[in-house]
Structures are given as structure tokens and as C-alpha cells.
Design a protein around this ligand. Sequence first.
Ligand code: SF4
Length: 73
Amino acid sequence: MSKSLNVTVDSTCISSGYCRRTAPEVFTEGPNRTSVVTGNPVTDSEEVRDAMEGCPVEAISAVDAETGEQVFP
Ligand code: SF4
């Protein structure tokens, strides 16, 4: 079974749009044009991992929603 994650985008986001294109169900554009998470917890998936790994400024992090253990980075 896939993990549930609590995903966070921090203030270093430069609004490249990569995460929104890669995992559009999880990331959307927030009020100040940076990305925000549509709603936690998020189901772990290849798309979410790809979005986190591909962020050019490493603004995205995730913890296991149940244990709080750091999952990414
Ligand atoms: S990939 Fe990173 S820099 Fe680009 S919009 Fe998402 S959080 Fe922001």
C-alpha cells in the first residue's frame, strides 16, 4: 500500500511550474504565484517523487503522514 505523505513547499519556490506540470493533482499555483499543495495528506506516487526530485531549488519536502518520519529529501 502506498504511503500517505504530508508535503510542504517552502518560501524558496521560484514558481518554475515543474511540480505543477509533473503532479497537477498535488501541486497548484497559490495566491502569490508560488506553488502550494492542494491538500495533505497526499498519496505517495512516482509523479510526486519526480516533482520533489525535479524542483530546481529543492523547495519541496515530505514527511510520512502517520509517523512524521522525513521521506524527502
Ligand atoms: S518545482 Fe519547485 S520552484 Fe518549481 S514551482 Fe514547484 S516548488 Fe516552485
